[in-house]
Ligand binder design. Sequence first.
Ligand SMILES: CC(C)(COP(=O)(O)OP(=O)(O)OC[C@H]1O[C@@H](n2cnc3c(N)ncnc32)[C@H](O)[C@@H]1OP(=O)(O)O)[C@@H](O)C(=O)NCCC(=O)NCCS
Length: 180
Amino acid sequence: MFVLRQAIAEDGKYAQMICDEMRNSAKIRGTGIAERTPEYIRNKMRQGKAVIAFSEEGLWAGFCYIEDWTGEFVANSGLIVNPIFRKNGLARQIKQAVFNLSLQQYPEAKIFGLTTGLAVMKINSELGYQPVTYSELTQDEGFWSGCKSCVNYNILISKNRKNCLCTAMLYQPKNKSQEE
Ligand SMILES: CC(C)(COP(=O)(O)OP(=O)(O)OC[C@H]1O[C@@H](n2cnc3c(N)ncnc32)[C@H](O)[C@@H]1OP(=O)(O)O)[C@@H](O)C(=O)NCCC(=O)NCCS
């Protein structure tokens, strides 16, 4: 029903639409979001660090990209499904695809995410992520500065970055979790 693939440079023409939809959806939900520019999204596409989905008719249907943080951690961020294609299992398919791509590109890395969304919590759990405290996430400033555009940033800062409204979830590669 949907066609999913690793994004390429030519998908850059969808970047503006993707950013607009991310912003609109966050507004409607009234939740925070780490805002990304179309240029940022185009870069991810050029680097092959994103998954894009289309309907059978070729309409843009969804997107998600990989962030990498100082080798040890990656995050699968910016999950967005076109509202006309929601509740058809597409987010689950995209998350699985971007998860596989992350394992392929960063076999040693821990994969983490921050979310307020039930759909994402469910999907992450199915993929083997576990809820953790923020202490288990990357401490890379680049990651946390992404939170600056979130409506809840003041809360994060008032808690010394130890917690906030998002649930943190972490997937540990098999060999890593067995060692610890
Ligand atoms: C969240 C979002 C990605 C879900 O996409 P989707 O394609 O509709 O999700 P799926 O159909 O794959 O659903 C996966 C599971 O989540 C559930 N789900 C989907 N949307 C949900 C919602 N808004 N609230 C609660 N559960 C939801 C589904 O019922 C399904 O669970 P089930 O199989 O147990 O029934 C989509 O609504 C979206 O793009 N929202 C705006 C952006 C966003 O919130 N991104 C996540 C940021 S962390």
